[in-house]
Design a protein around this ligand. Structure first.
Ligand SMILES: C[S@@+](CC[C@H](N)C(=O)[O-])C[C@H]1O[C@@H](n2cnc3c(N)ncnc32)[C@H](O)[C@@H]1O
Length: 358
């Protein structure tokens, strides 16, 4: 005798999350943006509520998870900004979306190992509402902190983790994609025609409605200093180019990328490329000077990443670990494609890594 072994909602991911989303739908449809917000950030069952999502044992790798070298390079950049500002104390680094704190720890370690004056001036605030880390040198907060005087806001793959609205271009104009439950699985529904300036004439595209305002609020967190952003993304013309007909939404499950957000719900990352034109406009509006975006590869080469590899020659194990890390961080088919945008206020000239050729 065989049994009916259909796992029901568990076949689609975390069954409790699926149930919570179905309940919220209440027989109707919710915008894709809300579906993504629940899948990633539901207060109990959202993907990012659980630690261990990033890294070899998780679903995807980010630069801080590759090797502390990434953070060391950023620490050197921050120290240069601190020095350009006249070595103020306190000097605050604020990191939205800090995850479990790998980047923060690498930056603080570098400062302590390298320059007592810089380390002594540093205050590090990590904004992370979901499964934050526990490095005691870091001030962890779930909410944006009060603005500081001098400092840097640094983020890695923060904007590309914000929920997005999804649209399908039609002859009558863009229609928003919504999601409903058909009794067995999540399926897409279409909303009314909407007007969106500059929208692509065909195919699917996404709009990150929070990015511009979020950039503005990050800029307002520091009086003098910089907002340094690492993210996958393009300028609007490239992001919404007519040839790009399937958008940029991607899901990551156990180190495999695919395009179906309706499977592994609550057990996979969902991410979408960032519109750097919006981020630069937000920074401009706040009186910052935007530099870049440049590629992460170009940025790290310009800062001197290779020196960090060569410096480990006396320890072959570490030397090869750093070489592999350098290759991963600058891989033009992988993390090297991440773009880096710096927005500065109160600093003369072009910051390191943003000169011509990057
Ligand atoms: C792709 S992960 C990147 C984590 C880390 N920066 C790294 O590079 O490994 C995105 C992070 O942003 C966090 N996040 C999402 N929305 C946020 C918000 N509104 N404020 C602060 N953090 C947020 C998520 O919880 C998650 O830890």
């Amino acid at each position: 005798m065989t049994l009916d072994l259909d796992p029901g909602k568990a076949a689609l991911g975390n069954p409790r999350l699926v149930q919570a989303i179905v309940q919220e739908m209440d027989g109707g449809a919710i915008p894709f943006e809300r579906f993504m917000a629940l899948a990633l950030y539901h207060p109990e069952f959202g993907y990012y509520r659980k630690p261990g999502r990033i890294g070899a044992g998780g679903d995807f790798l980010t630069s801080p998870a590759i090797h502390p070298m990434f953070g060391w390079a950023i620490a050197g950049w921050c120290r240069q900004v601190w020095s350009d500002l006249g070595c103020p104390s306190p000097f605050t680094i604020i990191e939205p979306g800090a995850g479990e704190g790998r980047l923060a720890t690498a930056i603080l370690d570098w400062a302590e190992g390298r320059d007592d004056g810089f380390a002594g001036s540093l205050r590090y605030i990590a904004i992370e509402p979901n499964s934050p880390g526990n490095d005691p040198r870091i001030e962890w907060t779930a909410r944006p902190p009060e603005p500081v005087g001098d400092g840097i806001v640094v983020s890695n793959e923060f904007f590309d983790a914000l929920p997005v609205r999804v649209f399908d271009a039609t002859e009558r104009g863009p229609v928003e994609v919504a999601v409903r439950w058909d009794g067995e699985r999540f399926v897409e529904a279409r909303g009314p025609v909407t007007a969106i300036e500059g929208a692509p004439p065909a195919g699917r595209f996404e709009v990150n409605t929070g990015a511009y305002a979020t950039m503005r609020s990050l800029c307002r967190m520091v009086g003098r200093g910089a907002v340094l952003t690492f993210d996958y993304g393009y300028e609007q013309e490239e992001l919404w180019a007519p040839w790009r007909t399937t958008g940029t939404l991607l899901c990551f499950y156990r180190h495999t990328a695919h395009e179906d957000p309706y499977v592994h719900v609550g057990e996979q990352d969902i991410t979408c490329h960032v519109n750097f034109s919006h981020l630069r406009a937000g920074a401009d509006e706040e009186g910052f000077v935007a530099h870049g975006p440049v590629s992460q590869a170009g940025f790290l080469w310009a800062l001197g990443l290779r020196q960090l590899v060569d410096a480990a020659r006396s320890d072959m194990g570490e030397y090869f670990a750093r070489r592999r890390a350098m290759e991963a961080l600058t891989d033009s088919a992988g993390l090297g494609r991440v773009r880096v945008l710096a927005a500065t206020r109160g600093i003369e000239g072009v910051p390191p890594g943003f000169g011509s050729g990057q």
